[in-house]
Every structure is written in structure tokens, then in C-alpha cells.
Design a protein around this ligand. Structure first.
Ligand code: BEZ
Length: 213
């Protein structure tokens, strides 16, 4: 297992899931992807997380993003657990969950952190771009459920900054001002950012989000 870092190619794999066998790259197609792991089936935090992701499916779809969950339990366990998630979270799980019993994918993506837990995966999140490169890695411990609003916010930032010479400041949300990349000169900025920009410092220039009307 090699360390996976930002900018690396996302390792491809074929895995058994609750929606049949999936080849990761084929599943992603030419869109974005979120691969995220769960410590175990039939656990409380994971149950709320998967229910939340199911409810956010439209939001991921709007962002041309496919989600793929993983836990190291088997397919029968996943299927029974999905019934519980649907019942308790008042939703329908509408994305595949990998049954990674042999830990092939968990090990490929370094999702088992032995000093945290020898057996179960931590809560890893990998966001993959259309070029199949790793764009974001976040790791949470088992005891902390993820904030999926934050993941959507990050996807908005990743997609914006992939196509525009801007970066997003602290706590930025879709629709708010962004900062101009330091590599862009003021002269170029005048042509590129037609809505104008505010120079707070030579290295801190704010402009309206460029991909909005
Ligand atoms: C949970 O998903 O609730 C959980 C899983 C492993 C350890 C602690 C909590």
C-alpha cells in the first residue's frame, strides 16, 4: 500500500457492492466522485451518515458527483443494515456500498489506521476529479460523524477553483466573494475578472464568484 496524496491518481479497483460489481473508474465516468469509508455496519453514527448521504443524493447529482461508500462487512450484512437505515432515517439508500470483507479497497486507500483500530476502517473521505486525480482527503475518527454540508461546500470550491484562477477564503460558501490567485497580475485580473476586484493588500484581492451571473 502506497501513501495516497493530493494530486495522485486515484487507484482503480473492482469491488462487490450492494448494487453489483463495480469498477471504480467506470462508475465515476467523466464526473466527480466521493469515496468514503465507515467503521462497521449496524453502528449508530454510520447509520445517520448513510441516511444523510441518501437525502443529499440530488445535491451530489447537481454537482455531477457520484458517491460510493465502503465498510468491511459483507453484502448480506449491508443489505440488512440498509433496511434499518431506510426505516430509521426515513429515506432510501440510493448509492452503492462496497462490501470490503477482504479489505482490498480499504488497504488500497489506507483506510485502516491500526493505532486507532486494528480491524475497522476510519471515516476516510476521498474526493476524485474527472481526471481521476485525488482532489481532497479528510479523515475523521470513528466517534465523529461527518458534516456532509461541508463536503458539498468543498466540492463547490474544488469545482470552482478547477476552472477559474481563484481560491476560496475561510468559511466560504457558494455565492460569496473569492480571492484571486496570487499568480494573476493586477493587469491580467482586470481582463479576467470583469466584475472587478478589491485590492485589500497586493496579495489579498477579492472578486465576486466568477461563474455566477
Ligand atoms: C458508529 O458508527 O456509531 C461507530 C462506529 C465505530 C465506533 C464508534 C461509533
Amino acid at each position: 500500500m502506497a501513501t495516497i496524496r493530493l494530486g495522485d491518481a486515484a487507484p482503480n479497483f473492482t469491488a462487490l457492492t450492494t448494487e453489483g460489481e463495480i469498477n471504480f473508474y467506470d462508475y465515476l465516468g467523466d464526473g466527480w466522485g466521493v469515496l468514503f469509508s465507515h467503521p462497521s455496519d449496524y453502528t449508530p453514527v454510520c447509520t445517520t451518515e448513510l441516511g444523510t448521504v441518501a437525502k443529499y443524493k440530488d445535491e451530489f447529482e447537481k454537482r455531477n458527483t457520484k458517491v460510493l461508500a465502503l465498510s468491511v462487512d459483507g453484502l448480506e450484512s449491508h443489505k440488512g443494515w440498509i433496511n434499518d437505515i431506510n426505516e430509521t432515517q426515513n429515506t432510501t439508500v440510493n448509492f452503492p456500498i462496497i462490501a470490503d470483507e477482504d479489505k482490498k479497497v480499504s488497504e488500497l486507500y489506507d483506510m485502516i489506521h491500526p493505532n486507532a483500530d486494528a480491524t475497522f476502517t476510519v471515516r476516510s473521505v476521498y474526493i476524485i476529479g474527472p481526471d481521476k486525480k485525488i482532489k481532497l482527503i479528510i479523515t475523521y475518527p470513528a466517534s465523529t460523524g461527518r458534516n456532509f454540508d461541508e463536503l458539498l461546500r468543498v466540492i463547490d470550491s474544488l469545482q470552482l477553483t478547477a476552472y477559474h484562477k481563484v481560491a476560496t477564503p475561510a468559511n466560504w460558501k457558494h455565492g460569496e466573494e473569492v480571492v484571486i490567485s496570487p499568480a494573476v497580475s493586477n493587469e491580467d485580473a482586470k481582463n479576467i475578472f470583469t466584475k472587478g476586484f478589491k485590492e485589500v493588500k497586493p496579495y489579498l484581492r477579492l472578486t465576486p464568484q466568477p461563474n455566477l451571473n
